[in-house]
Design a protein around this ligand. Structure first.
Ligand SMILES: [Fe+2]
Ligand SMILES: [Fe+2]
Length: 206
């Protein structure tokens, strides 16, 4: 039986406590990631009915991407609870925005839905890469001082890398399924990418 013991309390003292600045970075990173993954599940939930109705062969792909997003969301929910991070105050706003975005692009058709995934995953891939780089930098700094990173943070780096790879896999699926054929491609992807960057910026702060 696999144990997912969220209440388990480690008695081991932290090896190197995080600085206040690092703690703030981690809080805002986890908060943004959780909000983003919630949005991703809602986008696919709204897109799937119209896309699958018009293109039944996409059912398994849409489900596969949704299932992975639901897994990402679960991971960050658990991390928020574990590190006692509050969710973003914008949570209800992002919920509504993601559903509207998913519904709109789904109704526009398969190509627009895929262009939405392409745009979102491009921004999210960059976003997760930024976090991985920062956490690696902490690890390197400690290593230079002969210290070690908290093992929990090593697990976090691995989680973020795995999730990033799955997002980039979604990006590939979107390209294979004619995201670039969306009309009008540039306004759609520009608006969505700008929206993602703004949502990230805001959620990091509130
Ligand atoms: Fe995701
Ligand atoms: Fe994704």
């Amino acid at each position: 039986m696999s144990s997912q013991n969220i209440n388990s309390e480690s008695q081991a003292p932290p090896r190197t406590p995080l600085s206040d600045e690092q703690r703030r970075f981690l809080d805002s990173a986890l908060r943004v990631n959780q909000a983003g993954e919630l949005a991703a599940t809602l986008i696919y939930t709204a897109q799937t009915p119209p896309v699958v109705k018009a293109h039944p062969h996409l059912r398994s792909l849409m489900k596969h991407m949704y299932d992975q997003e639901a897994g990402h969301f679960k991971t960050f929910n658990e991390l928020l609870a574990k590190h006692r991070v509050r969710p973003t105050a914008m949570y209800p706003v992002w919920q509504a925005a993601a559903s509207v975005l998913g519904w709109t692009t789904g109704m526009m058709g398969r190509e627009a839905a895929m262009a939405c995934t392409e745009a979102v995953e491009t921004e999210i891939g960059n976003h997760y890469n930024g976090q991985v780089r920062e956490l690696f930098r902490w690890m390197q700094e400690l290593k230079d001082k002969g210290e070690e990173l908290d093992p929990e943070l090593k697990v976090l780096i691995d989680d973020i890398k795995r999730i990033r790879d799955e997002e980039l896999e979604h990006l590939d699926h979107a390209l294979e399924n004619d995201a670039k054929e969306a009309k009008p491609y540039e306004p759609i992807t520009d608006i969505i990418r700008y929206g993602c960057r703004s949502a990230i910026w805001i959620s990091e702060r509130v």
